[in-house]
Design a protein around this ligand. Structure first.
Ligand code: SF4
Length: 303
């Protein structure tokens, strides 16, 4: 169905042509906002749906691949094994835009080794990790990304330290590392566009609230509580923002970074930004993030 009244991209397609089947996730789940951002990013980049290959593992997050670009290639893989399937598909056809969707359970527990080696091999793909700290599909057990001391729905406190996927990706050699919040599409969409343009492994760790099993405010009556918990912690003005992948962005203080495909990435700078090509600064930022309990989002590292 093509809505004649919606604007078209250079391929003559509207955003509706980039949608998939209707979501069956809980109302208010952060993952649906990631889906909407993916639809918008692919549409804005004028990428044909059939130019994409969607790969995912198991979990609420991994259902996302069904919800965008119904006309593209896609496979829902075995739990934690999505990077292996992406590696094989990449070897068979390197011309597609590979996009992996995973969760913190799928990537940081059963699939942790796969995640690490996909980065080491510098697999050419955009890897989106929808991170909510719980196994939503199996009713809310702590994942390896759960905050220390956070409470489960039954009131139990998590007594293990979380794994930070961005720190792991940086130390394993990823050339593009970003963190975003599903409640901020103005930052998430440009980051997805930049990640799709990056040649090599690109990680975007998206803080994506589970409104059913990870209600940090202590009440399960309203999903708004989960977003209220995150909003004061999320700082989008600290780290460089990816404003445009290509184009003529010319704001004061804009910084230009040349991408590996020859395109340019324009970054809006604020007083406290650092050069995202400085890995030590990126790691220091994430460490500060841990001690101060804040969530710094944006493009953390680009090489
Ligand atoms: Fe989303 Fe949590 Fe519901 Fe799964 S259980 S669909 S992660 S809100």
């Amino acid at each position: 169905f093509i809505d004649k009244h919606l604007p078209k991209n250079k391929l003559g397609l509207s955003v509706r042509n980039y949608e998939g089947v209707m979501s069956t996730l809980c109302a208010g789940c952060g993952h649906d906002s990631v889906t909407a951002a993916l639809v918008q990013a692919f549409w804005e980049l004028d990428l044909a749906p059939e130019s994409a290959a969607k790969v995912s593992g198991i979990g609420c997050s991994s259902k996302t691949t069904a919800y965008f670009m119904g006309q593209s290639h896609g496979i829902n893989c075995v739990h934690g094994r999505m990077p292996s399937v992406a590696t094989g598909a990449n070897a068979a056809n390197g011309d597609l835009n590979y996009i992996g969707i995973s969760g913190d359970g799928d990537s940081l527990s059963i699939g942790f080794g796969q995640f690490a080696h996909a980065i080491r091999r510098n697999l050419n793909m955009l890897y989106i990790l929808e991170n909510n700290g719980v196994y939503g599909l199996t009713k809310g057990q702590f994942s390896a990304a759960a905050d220390y001391g956070s409470k489960s729905k039954k009131g139990l406190a998590n007594d293990q330290m979380p794994i930070d996927p961005c720190v792991q990706a940086l130390t394993l050699g990823a050339g593009f590392v970003a963190r975003a919040f599903s409640g901020d599409k103005s930052q998430l969409i440009p980051l997805i566009k930049a990640g799709l343009k990056h040649k090599g492994f690109a990680l975007i760790d998206v803080i994506s609230p589970c409104v059913t099993f990870n209600d940090h405010a202590g009440s399960t009556k309203s999903y708004a509580h989960t977003y209220k918990y995150y909003h004061p912690l999320v700082h989008t003005d600290f780290v460089a923002h990816a404003d445009e992948v290509t184009g003529s962005y010319d704001a004061d203080g804009a910084m230009r970074v040349t991408m590996q495909d020859g395109g340019e990435l324009f970054l809006r700078k604020t007083e406290s930004d650092y050069d995202p090509r400085d890995k030590a600064q990126a790691i220091e930022t994430l460490m500060m993030n841990k001690t101060e309990g804040e969530i710094r989002t944006g493009l953390l590292y680009l090489n």
